[in-house]
Design a protein around this ligand. Sequence first.
Ligand code: NDP
Length: 295
Amino acid sequence: MRVAFIGLGDIGSLIASHLARDPFSLTVWNRTASKARDFAAAYPARVASSAAEAARGAEVVVTCLPSSAEVEAVLHGEEGMLEALERGAVLLDCTSGDPPTSRSIAAELSRRGVGFIDAPVSGGTTAARSGTLTIMWGGEEADFERVRPVIEAFGKKIVHAGPVGAGDALKAVNNALLAVHILSTGEGLAVLVKAGVDPTIALDVINASSGRSNTSENLIPQRVLTRAFPRTFRLALLDKDIGIAEALATELGMQTPVLSLVAKRLHQARSALGEEVDHVEAVKMIEAENDVVIQ
Ligand code: NDP
């Protein structure tokens, strides 16, 4: 099966690594060409000179880009994929995108006989490396059947969320909840440290009690207490995700004041800490504001 992969970033490169083997014949393209060359040095893959060249002749084109705006850009920009996508091909978009743009892309591709599936992933770089991502997809069953072998190569829990855009919506809300957990757990632990409680003892209790979450069980112990803060998922991307969740709530005319506040705080953290830091580093904003270190 001829597969093209566009976007070899933190998670994209790990997803693509599962497609560089039989029964797939993989072509990759990345904006920064050196990353594509490095990938092809490590895995059997052909490097294309443009997104269009990668897409030409592919049965499935996978995109894994920061947001739907960049998916639009690689479709419509100079040397974009739109004209190169063949009738009968499917664009499998693993970007955590936004529902309105995904619907518009799907409609445009459909007029050209090309399928579209929004297929955001969760599980982070650990699950991407082991090929056990959770995939929430939106779109038509017939298109899914054409990309099934590709999705199964890197996914373990694969769930149909609904029509095009439903995967994006589910992913945005999941990540909005992740942002809630990071900021609320960070604030709670900052208070406890100031009050003289050892954060390791605090987490021992919280993780046996009702305040626990993946953030308290894994992210804070492994990344904050150790001060390791590995970069696996950029804070800027989490900020983008909660923005998508907020826009969805607004589109539906809903009141979501908790999400709005967390979105505002995450945006502040992004402004203060920059585009390249990891998402868990948002707790550094809370530490700085309160002159405390969670350690
Ligand atoms: P990165 O920021 O690490 O990588 C982004 C990729 O997109 C790079 O290959 C980059 O190219 C490319 N890109 C950026 N802008 C453009 C553009 N204008 N035109 C063409 N290519 C462009 O992101 P991740 O790999 O971490 O994330 C990708 C998607 O997956 C995001 O939607 C994210 O929210 C989602 N996701 C990420 C997870 C993670 O743990 N990292 C977990 C779950 C979902 P270049 O190398 O040139 O910069």
